[in-house]
Ligand binder design. Sequence first.
Ligand SMILES: Cc1cc2nc3c(=O)[nH]c(=O)nc-3n(C[C@H](O)[C@H](O)[C@H](O)COP(=O)(O)O)c2cc1C
Length: 214
Amino acid sequence: MTEFDLSQTDRLLTTTKQVRKRLDLTRDVPMDVLLECIEIAGHAPMGGNAQRNRWMIVTDPELKAEIAGFYAAVGRPYLEAAGTPADDRMGRVIDSTVYLIDHLAEAPALVIPLRLDRPPSGEGFDNASGYYGSVLPGVWSFQLAARSRGLGSCWTTFHLGHERQVAEMLGIPESVSQVALLPVAYYTGDTFHRAPRRDVGEITFLNQWKNPPS
Ligand SMILES: Cc1cc2nc3c(=O)[nH]c(=O)nc-3n(C[C@H](O)[C@H](O)[C@H](O)COP(=O)(O)O)c2cc1C
């Protein structure tokens, strides 16, 4: 027995996709809907219940265009270096990634999740894990809350190659870190489908490394 409708929660969790070509670039996203998603994201787990995460919403067309320029400056050479896609599926991901590079500035809102500290450097993986583990779960919660409201988003990081320039443009202090950038828009079309993933029995071990769970 559970208080949730598993068919709905499982569908949300398995079909919330990164939306690029299906972002409706013609329709505004109400601020109160974005704020609802951010409120929900604040309930994701975080080390020490520290609440050191912040969010920047960018809707100003000039700022979005400048950010899109930085995004493209990293994204285009990255895709060129990646070379020919291994299969059709990767080909489609690259095709939609190029589309997003071309249209990022047209997204009604760019949402940048932030953390009030710089990442730990040279202090061991446990600290890095705690650092990112305290901010990234909220990004996924935001995407799920957005999808539930008919909004598509795409988790991106290309602009981080120019994090400082974008921070200066938005007045973000040097001590604050940007961890992603999500274009957010209502999505077009009906729904999304599960993408193929490795079998759970192949990626899960019981008691000993490589020992299958059943
Ligand atoms: C840490 C991280 C960084 C990513 N950076 C980008 C990016 O800069 N641009 C982009 O188009 N997609 C980016 N993605 C989206 C991935 O390409 C996408 O999640 C992956 O192809 C699986 O697709 P799905 O999430 O729709 O199932 C990123 C995802 C993650 C988790």
